[in-house]
Structures are given as structure tokens and as C-alpha cells.
Design a protein around this ligand. Sequence first.
Ligand code: PMP
Length: 419
Amino acid sequence: GEHMRLSDMDADQRAALLAEQEREHQELCGRGLSLNLTRGKPSSEQLDLSNALLELPGSVDLPAGPDVRNYGGLDGLREIREIFGELFMIDPDLLVASDNASLSLMHDCVTYASLHGIAGQQPWSNQQVKFVCPVPGYDRHFAITEHLGIEMIPIPLTDDGVNVEELAALLADEQVKGMWVVPMYGNPSGTVWSREVVEKILALPAAPDFRIFWDNAYGLHHLTDEPAEMLPILDMAAAAGNPDRVFAFASTSKITFAGAGVSFFGSSKTNLDWYRGHTQFRTIGPDKINHWRHAAFFGDAEGVRAHMRKHREQLAPKFALVDEVLSERLGGYGVAEWTKPRGGYFVALRVPNGTASRVVALAKEAGIALTPAGAAHPLRHDPDDAVIRIAPSFPPMDELRPAMEGVATCVLLAAAEQL
Ligand code: PMP
């Protein structure tokens, strides 16, 4: 839709728009909708793509090497580490396969560093440690650092990462020990970090126990024919002279079954030795039968790529629909901007400052659940109250359209109310 800019309207036109949106919103509330755009969960059709896993390993031959049915093998099954090592461009010797959730591995790493320290430095819990938090970012990252008493310093995401000079100034503080990064198709911005920015960041001076938490949760989740470049992050860190700077994470939560897949941790040999030195007390070993099942399901890296193309077939139309409805309903008014991600699970919708929480409340009245405003910021505080995360994967198409139309009504109403 090519609507007149709200800021160009005269008082009568604005009043008419406000009345019209109030009517529409009331009508929306009367429809008794119950729609949910909150979490980036795969739809049940997407989960169906992996149903064969439920039959595996079945009578598939046991893999060579130590018996997967028994204890041990802290690093996980070699076969699954080879498949995902190829995909994530990480040497399988430097990639550990673990249990059902990469978030647990991130939590473990922060906890180990807090209790025991890393790189021969003081435990983080003995000091006021800080993490750099690119915003908008992933709420559960910020929840880990909040829960463990770490101060969070927001830095705005740019189109290709963060401003390197700004980051350099932050890293000059020795108390800055970590940074959360979702390098591909960020949650919720869809941001892809460029090779140039990452190269520079890897070379910046920083505390010896500063670690980049490189969470590549969406690294294989392309939505277009122009996939973003997978960066060989550990090789790049080594080339930059800081081989121990990166903790890399990923999982199959949004590849196979959410919360019932395989998680991965990649890092330098020194860091992995540190990690194993603590993890050996936490567990005798990971669920290698699940690794075996996943290795049998995919076969090889190409098997994973083919599987991801099926996800894309289901997801791409949903993202196209979000863009279509928002363009139609909001285009021209000058009251909203939204990302058009090339991958991942989210769209970040930017509304006029001071209206995001109002939009979420209006949507709730109409039975449309949105992620709380502020969720994409440390301590749930979006200083602009302007970012709303849209997660279109879960609802079926016939629910997604009314949900997005409803969101558009709420955005317009909140903007008109503010004038
Ligand atoms: N990282 C990011 C950026 C995510 O969006 C999610 C899922 N919402 C996760 C990690 C969670 O991954 P896992 O299930 O492996 O803990």
C-alpha cells in the first residue's frame, strides 16, 4: 500500500485515521483470535521432516569405535562431528558433539569461567565482569549473563556486525570478558556479520580471558539462493593471532527436533582442554545414540543441506507473507521498518519510539501473542521502546496472515494514538 505519511497528515486526516484504526482494532478484538508469534519454534510440518529419526537407529549397524551404547566418549561420536565440522568449517578434532541444547553449553562455559576462571585468569565471579551485547539480540543469551551476575553493555548492531572502533573502546576495559554474537541471520535482526568486520574484531586488543560466544544457531538456515558466507571462525581467530578467542556453538534444534537434537561446541585445543577438564565432572559422556541416529539420518553434509532446503520451502513463503502484509498495510505511512532476512527465524519490526510495548499490549487484547517489547535488549529494556520481534515459523499460513494483519493494525493504531 502507498499510504500518505502520517507526519504529512493534517489534524483532520490524523483524527480520521485514529478513529478508523480504533474501529479496526475493536473489530479485531471481537474475532476471538488466538494466535502466537512469540517464539522461534519450528512448525509441526517442519518437525515432520525429521520423523524418520524416530525410527532410528533401528537396525542400522553400530558405528565403528567405542560402543555408542555404553558410557564414555566425552567429545561425542566422530561421525556426527565430521558432518557438522564440514558444514561449520571447523576441524572435527576441534568440534565436540554434546547433548540436546547448545544453550546449556553456553551456560556451562560462562559457569566454568565464573567458578574456575579461564586462561589462567581469576574466576569471573571474583570480579565485576562485563559482556558486550549487540542489540537487538537473543533474550536467552542476555538471560544467562543476567542470571550469573554479569553486567551487560549494549552496542548497536550495524548492517554487517558492529562498529569496530566502538567495540575496540569497550574491549579496552579488562573487565569485559565476553561478547554474544549470532553471526548468521541474527535473532531477531537477521544480521549477517561480514568477514571484514569479524577479521578486525578477532585482532582487537582485549583481556586474555575475553571470549566471543559465537552462536551459529542459524548458520545453515538460508531462505534465499544467496546464502551468507560461512566463516571458518576458528581458522580466522588463529590467523588473527588470537586462537583462543572464540567459543563456537551450534545445534540441530532447528534442523531436526527442537530441544531433542545434537549440540556442538567448537574451540581451540587449549579451550577444549579447559572445557573437558570441567565437563568431565559434569557428565560421563553425551548421548551418543542420538549422535548415531542423527548421523544415520543425514548420511553426510550434503544430506543436511538437502534437509535444510526442505525447511526453506516451508519457511520462505511465511517470511514472504510477513513482508507482503506489512508492505500492504503499513507501506508509505512512515511508521514502521522491518528486516527482510536472508535466513534464520525472525523479522525485527521497528515501530515509532515509545510505541513497541503499546503495540504488544494492543495485540494481546486482540488475542495475538507477541514477544514482549524489550525482550531483545539486556534486562528487557529497550531504551527506544521500538523493537518488536516477529517469529513467523510456527503458525500455519492461514493463521499467519490474520496475525500479521492484526499486528499491522496495532502498529498503526499505536502510532496514530501517539500523535
Ligand atoms: N541460539 C539462538 C540464537 C537461538 O535463537 C536459539 C533458539 N531460539 C538457541 C540458541 C537455542 O538453541 P538450543 O536449542 O540448541 O539450546
